[in-house]
Design a protein around this ligand. Sequence first.
Ligand code: DX5
Ligand code: ZN
Length: 215
Amino acid sequence: MAIVSPSLLSADFLHLADEITMINESQCDWLHIDVMDGVFVPNLSFGFPIIEAIRPICQKPLDVHLMIVEPWKFIDQFAKLGIYIMNVHYEVCPHLHRTLRAIREAGMRPAVTLNPHTPVELLTDILCEADMVLLMSVNPGYGGQKFIEQSIRKVERLRKMIQEQGLSTLIQVDGGVNLETGRQLIEAGADSLVAGSAVFKASSPQEMIAQLDAL
Ligand code: DX5
Ligand code: ZN
């Protein structure tokens, strides 16, 4: 069974309350929240006002993916909002050990995210500090992009590293995930699938979530 985290980025923001009701009534495990700053990635999304609005009505744990520079500045603010998992990008954290420790001390689960070009081997000495590694299978910044096939090999290599170190770190994959790529990723050793357009553009989002969950 996959841990399914639908990405809110592809939701209908004019009817956000209805989308959260759909999420609450679905079989998904978490809700994936994409925050973009227009600096680390070439796009803007949304920030605290939207997260504050959905927090009281969303019954699923929030999995926040920060595509921003200097994410450590917002640890306390995310912790106060009751965020479950805080994902920071490897590429923007010169002191990743300190940042992951600070996220855990603030009461959240620390996760580290890798861009498609960043090798998983760079995590060898930090893996034990992260509860999850999020592998990007598209270049971050937009929903609806094409899945990068090489991501499957990355999942396999990361799974091996986690086993060799005797850890229970989760592997999540984000970008271009649908039933076909999702199946390949789970077979390769992924634990969690983020899906934006595959869920929210489906004729039945709840049915799509159930099918991803069953992979
Ligand atoms: C991309 C975001 C993703 C995005 C995924 O930068 O991190 O979470 O919403 O969208 P799909 O599933 O449509 O590729
Ligand atoms: Zn994301």
